[in-house]
Every structure is written in C-alpha cells, then in structure tokens.
Design a protein around this ligand. Structure first.
Ligand SMILES: NC(=O)C1=CN([C@@H]2O[C@H](COP(=O)(O)OP(=O)(O)OC[C@H]3O[C@@H](n4cnc5c(N)ncnc54)[C@H](O)[C@@H]3O)[C@@H](O)[C@H]2O)C=CC1
Ligand SMILES: NCC(=O)COP(=O)(O)O
Length: 340
C-alpha cells in the first residue's frame, strides 16, 4: 500500500473526553459524508464501551493498518495501543495520560512509515498529561519532538472557511508573552506558514496579516514599544523574504468581515488573541493544523469537553472537517512530492 492510498490514522485522545463519541459518530456517517478511510489508534475496548454506553450499534474490530482500508466500510478499524483504559466518560484517571500518549505515538509511527497518509488527533486534556509527567505544552510541540533531532519548529494554525489564525506564542502564561515574542519567532512562524500555505493549501501567494500586541498596535510606540521594536521589524523581514506580510495591525479591527477578505491568515501574538475570534466564528468547523511537520496533522478545534462526554451531545462536525482537511492536505503533499 502506498502512503497516498493509506488510511488516515486517528489517535483516540483523552479516553474520558468526547474523542470516542465523535470518532464513533464520524464513522457512522462515513457513507453519507463520503469520508476517506480511517483507523483509530487506541484501546478498542474503550471505544466498544463508549458505543455501548451511547446505545450505538456498530462493529469495532482490531485491525492491522494494512487491512484497515478494506475493513473501514463494514467496521471501525482500531489499531490497538496500550494500556487498557479504566477512565470513564468525564472522569479521567491514571490510565488517561499513558493511553492518550500511546495513541499519539502509534499514529505518528504509522504516518512516518507510510502506513497512514496523515494523522488526525482527538483532544487531550493537557493538565491530565502534565500530571503524568508529560513535558510538552500540547500535541503541537510533542509531534515535532517525535520527528527526531533536530526537531522541526511546529506552527499551530486554526483553519476555517471564515478565518485562519496562528498564535505565535501558544500555551504560555500571558505574563511571559512579551518576553517570548521575538522578531525571530515571528519571522520563522511567517516563513513556515507561507511555505505550508503554498505547498499544502494551494495558495500561490499567501497574504499574512500580523497582529500587534498592544492596543491599537501600540499607537506608533506610544502604547507599548513591542509593536515598533518586534512586530514591525519582523514584518519588514518577511517582506524582504518575498512574503506578502502586513502589520502590525490592531487586533480590535482585524476580524470583521471586510477585514477578513484582505488576508489569508492572521499571525497573532498570543493564544486567546486569535483563537477567540476563530472559535466564535467557526467553532463547529474550525480545524487545528500543525504546520512545519514532515507529515500532515489536523485535529478538531475543541477540547475534551468532559462535561458532555458520553451524553450523546458531542458534535462531530469539527472532527469531520479535520478528517476532510487531512485528506486534502495529504493529497496536496503527495502531489508536491511527486513534482519535486
Ligand atoms: N487539540 C487538543 O487536544 C485540545 C485540547 N484541549 C483541552 O481540552 C480540555 C478542556 O478544555 P475547555 O477549555 O473546557 O474546552 P472544550 O472545547 O473542551 O469545551 C468548551 C465548551 O464547549 C463544549 N464543546 C466542546 N466541544 C464540543 C463538541 N464537539 N460538541 C458540543 N460541545 C462541545 C463543551 O461541552 C464545553 O462546554 C483542556 O484540558 C484543554 O487542554 C482544548 C483544546 C484543544
Ligand atoms: N487551544 C488549542 C489547543 O489546545 C490544541 O493544542 P495542541 O494539543 O494541538 O498542541
């Protein structure tokens, strides 16, 4: 089986979250939505227990990645990864972190050896993993780590038809943002974003709006110096690289409908500056994509939603969009490889 015809690998995520619910819901709608074949990495018994809990009738089979595409039409294929899950819906326990991490590890190993064409990760609860000694802020940095040494620099993008955004700093305390926001970080983020938007998203000349840190993007340096001393030089450096970057632009006027038509992606200074707008506009269709990796990774834009796990109220739309986007990007990646 070639990497191009391989199924997608979906890591199960936090077993007590809504990952199992939305995976089951997506598989049940595979024909109606013409979803590409996928398999799950995780504990098959956890998925079977969630299906029973939700009253869903479906076959879940342990599968080898090679057989998963053929199995997919009739049953949900699961490539088993340990350990056995003891967590229940809404109640993570000591099995949660190791199970979530093992599922990610397996999915990455399979995409790297061509047995999966891309990976789609289900949400993990960061605090649960941290309590288990996980030293990475989230999937984004862990996936880069799994790529070996030197690890590529990963860039988080939340993509939706309405708006695409990139937080330059990601899961860091807000008090650390001014120190971590550097010209080098913004330039590298913009460079990696432009390369992936061209190669995988088919945007010939991506237009990048770079958001200021301070109110009114610093008002010419009178409301904070960062936008003149960091953001503006970074935009100038990106333009010198031939990248269509603009900024620093004020965050408060960057997300209305007319403004959104003037760019392909916003690079923001920090997480909530840009994730709040995209999750407001497109919570059900937003997809988290990691740029800069040697393989395609997408994920729903939401988290583990412990409050509704196992209730049947979890909306699978964002996962479904993540599956579709992973399929599209993997196809573009393979065509770019073939052309090189
Ligand atoms: N890619 C990932 O692994 C992500 C993981 N997280 C993690 O998720 C955990 C919970 O984070 P929260 O901030 O509470 O965000 P959350 O997205 O899990 O939940 C926020 C609210 O939205 C609702 N919601 C979320 N997804 C939904 C869906 N598919 N259908 C219907 N309602 C849905 C929840 O019920 C909750 O009321 C945290 O530990 C966080 O680290 C958060 C975002 C992404
Ligand atoms: N807020 C986005 C998020 O938490 C996803 O992080 P990651 O696990 O994809 O790095």
């Amino acid at each position: 089986m070639s990497a191009l015809s391989s199924p997608l690998a979906l890591s199960l995520g936090e077993p007590a979250g809504i990952g199992p619910d939305i995976v089951l819901a997506a598989w049940l709608r595979r024909q109606e939505l013409r979803l590409p074949p996928f398999f799950v990495t995780g504990d098959p018994a956890c998925l079977a227990a969630r299906a029973k809990h939700l009253g869903l009738a479906l076959d879940i089979v342990e599968a080898d990645p090679h057989d998963a595409a053929a199995t997919f039409a009739a049953a949900l294929p699961v490539v088993p990864t340990g350990p056995t899950v003891t967590a229940t819906p809404g109640r993570p326990d000591a099995s949660s972190g190791p199970a979530a991490q093992a599922a990610i590890d397996a999915a990455v190993a399979l995409v790297r050896n061509g047995q999966a064409r891309a990976i789609v990760t289900n949400p993990i609860a960061k605090s649960v993993l941290y309590a288990n000694g996980f030293p990475f802020p989230g999937h984004t940095e862990y996936l880069a780590h799994l790529c070996g040494t030197p690890a590529p620099r990963p860039v988080m993008m939340i993509w939706s038809p309405e708006l695409a955004v990139i937080p330059a700093t990601i899961h860091v305390p807000i008090t650390d943002v001014p120190r971590l926001l550097t010209v080098e970080l913004l330039v590298e983020t913009g460079r990696i974003a432009a390369a992936d938007l061209i190669r995988r998203f088919g945007i010939a000349a991506p237009r990048i709006a770079v958001c200021g840190l301070n109110p009114h993007a610093g008002e010419d340096g009178t409301i904070g110096r960062e936008d003149e001393e960091i953001t503006r030089p970074a935009v100038d450096a990106l333009r010198a690289l031939g990248i269509d970057a603009r900024g620093p632009l004020p965050a408060d006027t960057l997300f209305h409908a007319a403004a959104r038509r003037t760019y392909d992606v916003v690079i923001g200074a920090y997480h909530d500056q840009v994730l709040a707008p995209v999750k407001t506009l497109a919570f059900d269709t937003g997809v988290n994509v990691t740029l800069g990796l040697p393989f395609v990774r997408t994920s729903p834009d939401h988290g583990t939603a412990f409050d509704i796990a196992g209730t049947g109220r979890a909306n699978p739309s964002s996962l479904i969009e993540a599956i579709r986007l992973a399929d599209r990007l993997a196809g573009a990646d393979a065509r770019a490889d073939a052309a090189e």
